[in-house]
Design a protein around this ligand. Structure first.
Ligand SMILES: NC(=O)c1ccc[n+]([C@@H]2O[C@H](COP(=O)([O-])OP(=O)(O)OC[C@H]3O[C@@H](n4cnc5c(N)ncnc54)[C@H](O)[C@@H]3O)[C@@H](O)[C@H]2O)c1
Ligand SMILES: [Zn+2]
Length: 358
């Protein structure tokens, strides 16, 4: 069993426990209002029974439509109907969508109510459960409203993972590959070697969930509000978000991030920032993780428009991206979105889909 972690935040430390009996531990908390992914509640109704039998359980579809500012009044009304008070707790059970909804409600309802988290997707377990962020959609714009509101407790149980679709597993692995790349070439190569065993060996998977959180921890502790060193965790994300937007979210987040890292390799090589050796070392694992999605058409005009609108950008005509350097270091870089940049991105998507088709 992996050791628990303690994460520092602006409101004090919170704990991440690796526990097969996560449900029993969560059920011991009094005055809890559960916000649960309907699919998870159905698939795991036996295991979750102690939590779902309480008198305040809100079952929601994990859709981007529900993760919207416009839906919040309805959720607030439901919680008020169930008698929520300021000294009560919210408990999120699900992936990043349920996390974002609960975290946002926790930040704003009565100016702050405690929240706890039982993540059920790999992405939420290995990445989003720590870091304090909530991101909510408004109108047509994804993740445009948000807060920094850490949970008071996270419980990670491997028991939820077997029911995930393979695409959602690989989406989580995309975030794992990202933090291991940031940790350095040796870390990335080790995960690349163990890639297959993640899917066949539950203990190996838990070991890497733990490692991913251990790697992420110092970045979010040093820069909880994402103003400096934490920016590097955006590796693969500016390109990834643009892929999600240009494909109408036809590519799951962590897979778009995987492809985004591959685009970053192409751009970094094209501008002479990194060499062929880095591309060769990382590309095959990234493409394995993104398989089945490499030939999803990505219209270049929509991709570049989304990239230029990314909320990390500072000036116009430039994109703030995170790129690999030749020594394996991953760092933030401001690039002009000029003819060369466009050409490198376009060349990437052409060659990736050609290779995929071959
Ligand atoms: N706040 C943050 O720090 C942060 C970070 C990354 C992503 N996000 C957000 O999270 C969302 C993506 O989250 P996600 O990938 O964790 O998943 P999700 O919440 O979108 O869920 C993905 C799918 O898996 C299903 N599911 C969840 N747990 C399951 C289980 N154990 N078995 C079977 N099916 C299960 C859901 O019903 C859904 O169909 C996006 O909206 C993204 O913007 C937030
Ligand atoms: Zn992400």
């Amino acid at each position: 069993m992996s050791e628990s972690l303690s994460i520092k935040s602006h409101v004090g430390p919170y704990h991440v426990a690796f526990a097969d009996d996560a449900v029993t531990l969560a059920a011991a908390v009094q005055d809890v209002h559960v916000i649960v992914d309907r699919r998870v509640a159905e698939l795991h109704k036996g295991e979750l029974a102690p939590l779902l039998s309480g008198n305040s359980v809100l079952q929601l579809e994990a859709t981007e439509k529900n993760k919207a500012l416009e839906r919040m009044p309805e959720f607030v009304a439901e919680l008020l109907k169930r008698g929520i008070r300021k000294d009560h707790h919210l408990l999120a059970i699900g992936g990043g969508i349920i996390q974002d909804i609960t975290c946002f409600l926790s930040a704003t309802l009565m100016r702050g109510i405690d929240w706890m988290f039982l993540p059920t997707t790999l992405l939420a377990q290995c990445d989003s459960c720590i870091g304090s962020k909530s991101s909510i959609n408004s109108g047509d714009t994804k993740n445009i409203v948000g807060t920094f509101t850490p949970p008071s407790q996270v419980w990670i149980s491997g028991r939820f993972l077997p029911s995930l679709d393979e695409r959602d597993l690989r989406s989580g692995v995309g975030e794992m590959l990202k933090v291991h790349a940031i940790d350095g070439p040796a870390s990335f190569d080790r995960l690349a070697r163990d890639y297959d065993s993640l899917f066949s060996n539950p203990n190996k998977m838990l070991e890497y969930i733990h490692r991913a959180l251990v790697i992420k921890k110092p970045f979010i502790e040093a820069d909880e509000f994402d103003l400096g060193v934490r920016n590097v965790l955006n590796f693969g994300h500016s390109f990834g978000h643009a892929i999600e937007a240009a494909t109408d979210f036809g590519v799951p987040h962590g897979i778009a991030v995987t492809i985004g890292m591959d685009v970053a390799l192409e751009v970094a090589r094209g501008i002479g920032m990194t060499g062929e050796d880095t591309v060769t070392r990382m590309r095959s694992t990234l493409r394995r993780n993104a398989r089945g999605f490499l030939n999803v058409p990505v219209p270049m005009d929509r991709f570049l428009t989304a990239l230029s609108k990314d909320k990390k950008n500072r000036g116009s005509g430039t994109a703030t991206v995170v790129l690999p350097h030749s020594d394996g270091k991953i760092a933030r870089s401001i690039q002009p979105v000029d003819e060369r940049f466009r050409h490198l991105c376009a060349r990437y998507f052409e060659s990736a889909s050609r290779e995929h088709a071959a």
